[in-house]
Design a protein around this ligand. Structure first.
Ligand code: ZN
Length: 323
């Protein structure tokens, strides 16, 4: 079976993209494909840039790949696979476009807008999202929310842990976008409601509430990051078919809790609405965009909020082989 994680742009980004006029020639024509190999933390990325029009240099592309891989390695403890093949193709537009991760041969395809500049690569989320997909098992199409929710929730956090995104950007982004994952009328729970909102942001809500619960139950000594690192250490990459029960049990064992399994039982077949307003209040995140400070350091769970964006020690395990 094809082990594929196809990823669609968030709604807000898609609307912005529609307002951009395309069809004007920009950048330089690359007549020949270029291939290079980039060492990353515990692995290697073979980058194949196909012939086409690009506005960025080969060096910028290499920096983008290195930075994205470093974010993923920092979060997951090491790069998920020893060798990743990355295929980049030119398309219309001024941003990084559609991405797709393939588990069976460890490769990722990404469209790059021919007007995209170095800043578009610096602020890109797509490549980090796709690389994160290499670091979890394929738990089946019924649980697509697990795969997409994981990548959607972890991507901004992983980027913040290497300084590619500020805390304020992360919390503003979650505050704006997580509500898209709340159940809608007729919702039957995460396993039975395969809509865009519930797969991407409903899944992200599952990981968000799980992260908080793990930290609350362990006195902030463990978090979702420990669970996801353990799943990868146990060999859970996208080319592996694992049951969701096995996957969640391995994650829970690493934190000494049953949070992932409990939240799954709670949310799998019922439309659970997450009380986000209460969570923002506890974390000390302003519930609305407003001038001035956006976070409250005296909030009851302020230290937990800070811990989510702090890389654990040691941040990266070197060496490619799973242990
Ligand atoms: Zn995805």
């Amino acid at each position: 079976m094809p082990l594929i994680a196809a990823c669609r742009r968030p709604l807000i980004a898609a609307l912005v993209a529609l307002s951009v006029t395309s069809g004007v020639a920009h950048g330089a024509e690359w007549r020949n494909a270029r291939s290079t190999q980039i060492p990353v933390d515990g692995g290697l990325v073979e980058v194949n840039v196909h012939a086409g029009r690009y506005s960025v240099s080969a060096e910028s592309i290499n920096d983008w790949v290195t930075r994205s891989a470093h974010a993923v390695s920092t979060y997951l403890g090491r790069f998920p696979v020893e060798l990743l093949r990355l295929e980049i193709r030119s398309e219309a537009g001024d941003d990084v476009g559609f991405g797709m991760a393939y588990g069976h041969d460890h490769h990722i395809e990404v469209d790059l807008g021919h007007r995209a500049n170095a800043n578009a690569l610096m602020t890109d989320w797509v490549l980090v999202h796709e690389m994160l997909h290499m670091g979890h098992p394929d738990v089946g199409d019924r649980h697509k929310w697990f795969k997409e929710g994981l990548a959607t929730y972890v991507e901004p956090i992983a980027r913040a842990q290497i300084g590619n995104r500020t805390a304020q950007q992360v919390w503003n982004g979650f505050r704006t976008q997580l509500p898209q994952g709340q159940p809608q009328p007729g919702d039957r729970g995460l396993d039975f409601t395969p809509t865009w909102g519930r797969i991407y942001w409903g899944g992200a809500l599952y990981f968000f509430v799980s992260d908080i619960a793990i930290r609350q139950q362990t006195g902030n000594r463990k978090g979702l990051q420990d669970a996801l690192r353990a799943i990868l250490r146990a060999g859970g990459t996208l080319d592996r078919d694992w049951s969701i029960q096995k996957t969640l049990a391995i994650g829970d064992a690493a934190t000494g809790t049953t949070v992932l399994q409990d939240q799954y039982q709670r949310m799998r077949a019922r439309p659970v609405r997450v009380d986000l307003e209460r969570i923002w209040q506890q974390l000390g995140v302003s519930p609305e965009a407003a001038p001035g400070p956006q976070v409250d350091e005296k909030a009851p769970l302020a230290t937990l909020r800070t811990a989510i964006l702090t890389p654990p020690d040691p941040p990266v395990k070197t060496g490619g082989a799973p242990d």
